[in-house]
Design a protein around this ligand. Sequence first.
Ligand code: KIV
Length: 261
Amino acid sequence: MRTPSSFRAAKRKGEKLATLTAYDSSFAQAAARAGCDSVLVGDSLGMVIQGQRGTTGVTVDDVAYHVRCVAAGAPDLHVMADLPFGSFEAGPAAAFKSAARLVAAGAHMVKVEGGAALARTVGRLVERGVPVCGHVGLLPQSANATGFRVQGKDRESRARILADAKAISDAGAALLVLEMIPAELAAEITAEVAASTIGIGAGASCDGQILVLQDLLGLYPNPPRFAKNFLRGKGDIDAALAAYVADVRAGRFPDAAHTPA
Ligand code: KIV
């Protein structure tokens, strides 16, 4: 099973990390069969499982339930879990309390959305033995303020996202999701931070990629432009997941058609 130090070693060796979201036992097993490096029990479950318009209604209880399902199905697979909106912003103590519930449910790492303002919280979690994945760029938990659009297009927001990425990596995050930012900015961040970057709509230079499972299988209506339906033309779900992992590892995904302009 992957660990923070093996993620760092993969970055040093230039090995691409293939990850995707999973919310239940059957798909966790399928991700393990496909050779995924990790699965994320994302708060995207609010949209793809619960049918909400966004992620802000998801609770720690919701995420913990799905972490238990995933961990039971694939006990040897690395599992990340999202700290949902409202469960960590009050500070390190609140974040640790929420993280502890997700770790007790079976998560090996927690993911937090946000930048430099969260660095102290990330540092405290790491000190207390909770590995962290950061998340900068488009933050779905802030979509009420930003909408779901590409971030970092002007000089000011580009500099802010770069500074946020460095702050979270320097605080000890082992992984860092880069969501919907220009590919050149993602490449610059990837070159400058110690954390392994995991792109979603951020181009092919990231150290790894993540997709929402339902987007990968073509199940979600109105998928984002960067998502690719890997099930199309394949015989079954195992073949689709294997094609995704192979394309990420070979640097074939995302191609230009699946990278925001
Ligand atoms: O919740 C989620 O699925 C995520 C991914 C989009 C990275 O945060």
